[in-house]
Design a protein around this ligand. Structure first.
Ligand code: NI
Length: 172
């Protein structure tokens, strides 16, 4: 298991549409292990494979890891089967949009069909933070970031800040 570099906006790779996984094998399981390590190391609660530059429809999440017990979740090829008409608002952040936060409105509940770590099909009824988190991560698979839901002005301000804070910025 190893910790990978997380890509940050602006980066064209983050805008790619991820491809479905044909079969969950050792490669995919190793990838999920690395993604989970990377996510924990970065203090995040969710990570999509594209965030480490791999365009596959794979997500890892752990919305409880600040508590005593870790509860990792793995989603391969997730599909939303149903979503609530009612919305909820959370202040979202993203490991690919470091240190920036904004309120985003999304369906409050959703039902997600996916393949788990062992290659088995599962159905999850998600609500609250879990529902928001899975929808945020599934957006990554379509090349969408939470800042895309904000006004043009707010989005460009955030991107400006990100560019300014890049460690590899050279001023001559
Ligand atoms: Ni994100």
């Amino acid at each position: 298991m190893s910790i990978k570099k997380i890509l940050t906006e602006p980066n064209k790779i983050l805008r790619q549409i991820s491809k479905p996984v044909e079969k969950v094998g050792k490669y995919e399981q190793n990838l999920m292990d690395d993604m989970l390590d990377t996510m924990y190391a970065a203090d995040g609660i969710g990570l999509a494979a594209i965030q480490i530059g791999i365009p596959k429809r794979i997500i890892v999440m752990d919305i409880s890891w600040h508590k005593a017990e870790k509860k990792p979740m793995y989603f391969v090829n997730p599909i939303i089967r149903e979503k609530d008409k009612e919305k909820s608002i959370y202040e979202e952040g993203c490991l690919s949009v470091p240190n920036q936060f904004a309120e985003v409105e999304r369906p409050r509940n959703c039902e997600v069909e996916y393949i788990n770590y062992d290659g088995k099909k599962e159905l999850l009824k998600a609500e609250g933070l879990l529902a928001t988190c899975i929808q945020h991560e599934m957006d990554h698979l379509e090349g969408i970031l939470f800042i895309d839901y904000l006004s043009k002005l707010k989005k460009s301000m955030i991107i400006k800040k990100l560019l300014k804070n890049r460690p590899d910025r050279i001023v001559v």
